[in-house]
Design a protein around this ligand. Structure first.
Ligand SMILES: Cc1cc2nc3c(=O)[nH]c(=O)nc-3n(C[C@H](O)[C@H](O)[C@H](O)COP(=O)(O)OP(=O)(O)OC[C@H]3O[C@@H](n4cnc5c(N)ncnc54)[C@H](O)[C@@H]3O)c2cc1C
Length: 350
């Protein structure tokens, strides 16, 4: 009998596997396809930052950034701290000032700067775009993870310490069984004291209502000439879009599509419209027009109406659910996973 069985090997499942193993719980993770290579994690560009208009998330964001910086020190391929500028809507400048006043000690390098000051850090930025904005939050230590590589690295580390991860296993049901839980596949199953369903935008293995829907996020990749390569991550609150640098010569532009539903299969994104929208975002953010589009990806992410990550604690029946949430999961998932496992330990729950 395992202490914990985790269903799903995206960023949530692999962060939880790592946190369980660090806390000394025996854990097995079952992934339908490939760890980090399916679901939202496969499409995500993993921008991590501390600023979030939702104050209840700030502490998790601070802990999340710290986690990636420490993990990234040992796995440089996972975390790239290149700095991030978050352009604020005028009406939200006061919210940001309040945020900085409250969080300043936790992140002393984070500052409110005139929008034009971002041009000094990113010469590719369109000066017209900067002139139209008043201020941005500048975070020098923020940047991006590679979510696929991160999920694999977390899983490998947990496996080195004794955890198990099995790929190519689709879980069909989770049912109570003789005082514990039984995780059933098409060919048998596993027994566990606790089960966490970390299946992203499709958390329907538990026979109980959950507040998770699905939202589409559309992402385009572009090529750039080296000298005009955007050097930092950019987020524009007004347009709801972001730019994330890739390898020199490549970058990504994306935003959330308005479509959302209870099941990913029912979402239909019009690809030419989505590409045109990302191209318009790219034109507004970058000075030159000398860029070529390469591809469009449509990812489906867990979505909650209040934009909070979803964490359903195991109750009496010892099964729960955990998933990242639309477009902003990467920075919160590791710290939420660690706090969940610490709470089990504190309660003597296993
Ligand atoms: C295009 C895009 C861009 C994003 N950009 C950012 C960003 O810049 N910054 C940020 O913070 N966040 C971003 N996100 C969000 C963040 O990456 C996600 O919230 C996070 O990756 C979700 O991870 P997850 O493990 O909860 O879900 P998923 O990655 O969807 O993983 C679920 C896993 O469960 C498996 N699974 C499903 N059903 C079963 C079953 N029955 N049995 C076994 N396995 C099963 C799937 O194969 C999958 O591997 C983005 C998301 C998208 C889609």
């Amino acid at each position: 009998m395992e202490d914990v069985v985790i269903i799903g090997g995206g960023l949530s499942g692999s962060s939880l596997l790592y946190a369980c193993q660090q806390s000394g719980f025996s854990a097995v993770m079952l992934e339908d396809r490939v760890v980090g290579g399916a679901g939202a994690t496969a499409h995500s560009r993993g921008m991590v930052r501390v600023y979030d208009p939702q104050p209840e998330l700030a502490e998790y964001a601070v802990a999340g950034l710290r986690f990636w910086r420490e993990f990234g020190a040992e796995h440089p391929e996972v975390y790239t701290p290149i700095g991030l500028a978050y352009f604020l809507k005028d009406e939200n400048v006061q919210t940001a000032e309040n945020f900085l006043a409250r969080m300043g000690n936790a992140c002393p390098d984070m500052e409110l700067v005139p929008a034009e000051a971002v041009e000094d850090r990113c010469s590719a930025l369109n000066p017209r775009f900067a002139r139209d904005k008043r201020v941005a939050i500048w975070e020098p230590h923020a940047g991006h993870i590679n979510p696929r590589v991160a999920a694999r690295a977390l899983t490998d580390r947990a496996q080195t310490m004794g955890a198990s991860a099995v790929e190519g296993v689709r879980v069909l049901r989770v049912v109570p069984h003789n005082g514990h839980m039984r995780v059933e596949t098409g060919f048998g199953g596993l027994n566990a004291r606790r089960v966490i369903v970390a299946t992203g935008a499709a958390p329907h293995l538990l026979d109980r209502p959950q507040a998770v829907e699905t939202r589409s996020i559309v992402l385009s990749s572009f090529t750039s000439s080296q000298e005009k390569h955007p050097a930092v991550c950019l987020i524009d609150e007004e347009q709801g879009c972001y730019l994330r640098p890739g390898q020199p010569g490549h970058f990504y532009v994306g935003g959330a599509a308005p479509a959302r539903s209870a099941m990913p299969e029912s979402l239909d994104v019009d690809e030419p419209t989505a590409m045109a929208q990302n191209t318009a975002h790219r034109q507004s953010l970058l000075e030159s027009d000398d860029y070529n589009a390469l591809s469009l990806h449509v990812g489906h992410d867990g979505y909650t109406a209040d934009f909070l990550p979803y964490l359903q604690e195991p109750g009496e029946d010892t099964a729960g659910a955990f998933c990242g949430f639309s477009g902003r999961g990467a920075k919160y998932i590791p710290s939420l996973a660690q706090s969940l496992v610490s709470s089990w330990k504190a309660k003597g729950a296993l």
